[in-house]
Design a protein around this ligand. Sequence first.
Ligand code: ZN
Length: 243
Amino acid sequence: MRVLVISDIHSNYTALETVIKDAGHFDSVWCLGDVVGYGPDPNACVELLSEQPNLVCVLGNHDVAALGRMPKESFNADARRALEWQERVLSASSMDFLKTLPQEYIPNEHVTLVHGSPRDPVWEYILNTLAARMNFDAFDTDLCFIGHTHVQSVFHYDTATDRVQMDIPQVGFPIKLTGKNILNPGSVGQPRDRDPRAAYGLFDTEKLTWEPQRVEYDIESVQARIRESRLPEKHALRLAEGW
Ligand code: ZN
């Protein structure tokens, strides 16, 4: 089975639509949370995502915030402004979708899916090998897919040496996965690794290969909608910078 793995769509419909087209054929979609927040198209993103085959989606911190389950004070001023706008526009069916999302999902014997980290599924960032090492003890499958950092990355755990290696994988080159790995497909709707192209990955459940991908999308059209919605200007600018 070929699985499209995506994360951190952040209400960016144009990026999501482009990724889905670019991915070609896939049998299933695993989404690692933060469907909403920041961007101008929360309802359209939920709708398009819901239409995808064999969709599995876990809960991100921005999804939790949209559900009103946490104090808005824990977000920075711009994120908070976007949240208040989103509260006004989110449809009842989008809210219903977000309410169904689990914090963790195990789609098969090899794989755990979370937004942040296996030991703190919604909030912890795995940005370096130390954070990754602490988390390799916190899941029982060989592979754990994460999002949240918006950085396309692979953490490989070498059990013989008890060391973790971090790789920024080369786009378009499938990696054969062995042993324990934590894999991040990067962010569809708001990349933060200085590469503004939308990020995603393709996972083959039989061959156990992982293929990180990037694709250009029409950033200007999204920026225009951010400005029309009077969302923070910073959210528009950062899309072009990939930060
Ligand atoms: Zn995010």
